[in-house]
Design a protein around this ligand. Structure first.
Ligand code: SF4
Ligand code: MG
Length: 319
């Protein structure tokens, strides 16, 4: 089916001014990101902290303004919308954050928090909203009799469920989930991931799932995009990416997680050095300073995307 959200050549530079005010530099947070998201599908964005994955999510919703590119949602480019139209879109594309504690008003009862988000978007009358809030709490695994409790009375995992219930309340089509389980214990992580998978089917949601944790991303994603220093360096279906990783950075990431499937033997690839500064990224391929397979060309020419089988995209001179 047709994509519900298409991100095209997204670029986000943050201007920074030097202490002496003269030279203006830019943090090149996102340089080249392109992907499609289809209804009821999950695309995972994975990479180390600072690779631009969170900025990508925030820029789509214009929580921070994009520098270049397009985000086509249901046929309209979000980057050209007026604030009033954008407000309507923010109802349909909901953001779920790592720490729901900071996004749940501590002075409000959890039921009210959910009911009010519907009220803001003029959904139903009060009785209908309360009934729906009760249903959503129950559906996300919170007992209805906890409706009148405050956020601090819940555990981290429960608060994330409440945050998800609130996001669901306004009938969204897309969730942008930014490290939604990273603050939770591993056992709780899988419960929340399973809940998200159930809700995706029930509410026909598309997920952009942002995480540094490749095992979590693997579990939930249909497609995975790998980011490094603002670039989407590889994108493929989850199975394809794990069976046949092409980009040297992806290979290094995969080699660092335990593989339950012993048919696939992987040698551990340890990357030398640190991620370079996004203010002054390396020339050519941004990964060339750390790549075990670097060739001369990599230092001068930026690799362009090449497509191999089944929509598997990679930006690397080796292919
Ligand atoms: Fe490594 Fe060159 Fe490929 Fe970049 S383009 S990932 S430096 S081989
Ligand atoms: Mg799924």
């Amino acid at each position: 089916s047709a994509p519900i959200l298409q991100v095209k050549n997204l670029k986000k530079y943050y201007p920074i001014t030097s202490p002496f005010g003269k030279t203006k530099d830019f943090v090149k947070a996102v340089e080249q990101v392109t992907f499609d998201l289809t209804e009821k599908e999950t695309i995972g964005l994975v990479g180390e902290s600072g690779c631009g994955k969170s900025t990508t999510g925030r820029t789509i919703l214009r929580l921070t303004e994009p520098t270049e590119g397009a985000a086509i949602y249901k046929g309209r480019d979000l980057f050209t919308l007026k604030p009033k139209e954008m407000k309507k879109v923010r109802k349909e594309i909901q953001m779920v954050f790592q720490d729901p504690h900071s996004s749940l008003n501590p002075k409000k009862r959890i039921g009210e928090i959910i009911e009010e988000s519907m009220k803001i978007h003029r959904i139903g009358n009060k009785a209908e909203r309360i009934e729906k809030a009760m249903y959503l709490l129950r559906r996300t695994g919170i007992r209805e009799d906890q409706y009148y409790k405050f956020p601090h009375e819940f555990s981290g995992g429960q608060r994330q469920r409440i945050g998800i219930a609130r996001a669901l309340a306004v009938n969204p089509s897309v969730f942008i989930l930014d490290e939604p389980v990273s603050a939770l214990d591993v056992s709780i992580q899988s419960q929340v991931i399973n809940l998200l998978e159930e809700l995706q089917d029930e509410f026909k949601l598309a997920y952009l799932f942002i995480s540094h944790d490749l095992s979590v991303v693997r579990h939930i994603s249909d497609q995975i995009g790998v980011m490094y220093l603002g670039h989407l360096v590889e994108k493929a279906s989850t199975d394809e990416l794990f069976e046949n990783p092409l980009h040297p950075y992806t290979k290094a990431l995969l080699s660092s997680i335990p593989i339950p499937d012993t048919r696939v033997r992987r040698e551990r690839i340890i990357l030398k050095g640190d991620v370079p500064s996004p203010i002054n990224p390396p020339s050519g391929c941004v990964f060339h300073t750390r790549c075990p397979f670097v060739i001369e060309k990599c230092k001068k020419e930026k690799p362009i995307y090449k497509e191999s089988t089944n929509g598997h995209l990679v930006a690397c001179h080796l292919y």
